[in-house]
Design a protein around this ligand. Sequence first.
Ligand SMILES: NC(=O)c1ccc[n+]([C@@H]2O[C@H](COP(=O)([O-])OP(=O)(O)OC[C@H]3O[C@@H](n4cnc5c(N)ncnc54)[C@H](O)[C@@H]3O)[C@@H](O)[C@H]2O)c1
Ligand SMILES: [Zn+2]
Length: 378
Amino acid sequence: MTAALRSDPTIVNVALGDRAYDIVIGRGLIASLGARIAALRPGARAAIVTDRTVAKHWLEPAQASLDAAGMSHFHIAVAEGEPSKSYRVFEDVCEALIGGRLERNDLVVALGGGVIGDLAGFAAAAVRRGVDYVQVPTSLLAQVDSSVGGKTAINSPLGKNLIGAFHQPVLVVADTGVLDTLSQRQFRAGYAEVAKYGLLGDAAFFEWLEANHGGVFAGGAARQHAIATSCRAKSAIVARDERETGDRALLNLGHTFGHALEAATGFSDRLFHGEGVAVGMVLAAELSAELGLIPAGDARRVAAHLAAVGLPTRLQDIAGFRQEGIGTADRLMALMAQDKKVKRGRMTFILLKALGHAFTSSDVAPEKVREFLARKMA
Ligand SMILES: NC(=O)c1ccc[n+]([C@@H]2O[C@H](COP(=O)([O-])OP(=O)(O)OC[C@H]3O[C@@H](n4cnc5c(N)ncnc54)[C@H](O)[C@@H]3O)[C@@H](O)[C@H]2O)c1
Ligand SMILES: [Zn+2]
């Protein structure tokens, strides 16, 4: 299958009043990008922000689509990877946007994974006190998570995503075919977030994934369905709680443990974000079982599904666990305590009261969690 083949797109609306926007999901959509943007903003110019890897595969098709719609455009390609979410690269992007004479009515087009979405989205929020932007997510993680909801950010040397803004895109165009050039490992990491939506709020979707994950990886209608269902889940939560004062925290299922594991492995290639989330979701399910919230069999079912797609599910599955280790339970506890989800000294955990029903809890005794982690490491 190639991205040239088209499917009928699925449209998910993010209901945010006068900042509402559509997420359009389907195979081959990049060819219609220019027409879709031109319909939204006749006469506007577009500044494409991308990374060099994505540019190799998808810049030319995006440019051709803008050309076909008669849109004038220029582009900025930064180095791929998390280090580009820095003050330095942010400055480069802003200067290139200003130097390219982007005006108030023009648009930024973020063509890439979550790094580009966060970086370009934040630049769009800042340049000229805010210009509109379109998300063209090219990783699975970006299509189901980071491109939806309007959180944009770069990293401070003191921590991830500490400098940023809420800035909603005016359109999201998710071409499911562009994921064909993504590495299997990156695709799997994004899949952890897809499974997350089932676990946190949609048991039927989780069950569907257990039966259809092969189709999601293969790239046909099942992939489109999984991405659309994920976007619907995220946009419903974002519409209820745009600025994360309540429900939006449920999206952090598996992330308290996951972030600590990412930090413990130095945010290196040993553990991608989604892989940390996979291990973290299994830990959250197992902790829920130990607290008597769900049957132990349900926790085993979570692990079995994530293992079936090739994701790590145990601390021992993390690359280099034997050689370099991941630190002690105390160290993981300290890292979790530093996580920004900590409120007034209490650690918040997202736990399960059923498969498909997550909730926030601030009253799990830290000693219980430390003892649980120590046992899991043994
Ligand atoms: N704003 C939010 O709500 C939110 C939510 C979750 C994650 N994030 C952020 O997202 C980032 C992670 O996103 P990511 O996993 O997409 O990382 P990424 O943007 O670094 O992309 C991963 C890698 O895949 C490559 N790539 C992307 N699309 C490709 C394609 N179609 N073909 C070939 N290669 C491709 C990229 O060049 C990169 O090397 C983190 O910085 C995280 O903080 C933000
Ligand atoms: Zn995540």
